[in-house]
Write a new protein. Sequence first.
Length: 134
Amino acid sequence: MSKQSLVCLDVGEKRIGVAVAETSIRIAIPLLTINVDGTELQTIADIVASEEARTIVVGYPRNQQGETTAQSHYVEQFASQLTELATIVFQDESLTSVMAEDQLKQSKHPYTKGDIDARAAAIILQDYIEENYG
């Protein structure tokens, strides 16, 4: 199997967490957080180009019953703007922000909401890699 770069987005209305990985290494790494300020689509395009990614994994929110929500529809609409950049795939993001914050708390270092978003993107991406690249 050839090496492929992946970019993952944890899309929110204020911030977008970004993580990256190589399928050959299979370790997702938090990259950065993008503020939603009108430049986010160009920033994502720049990241996808610099990573030479052909796939963008987008965290897909659902409620506790596994049903779609207003946020699910927001994420779908946002992701539809990225289809020219790469193949878009959705990955369940249930509880990833909680997991990310728990991991950051355990590190005993100061962190921001942006750090949580980037770490959540890495968790989403790691889940995707494990499900699809074993």
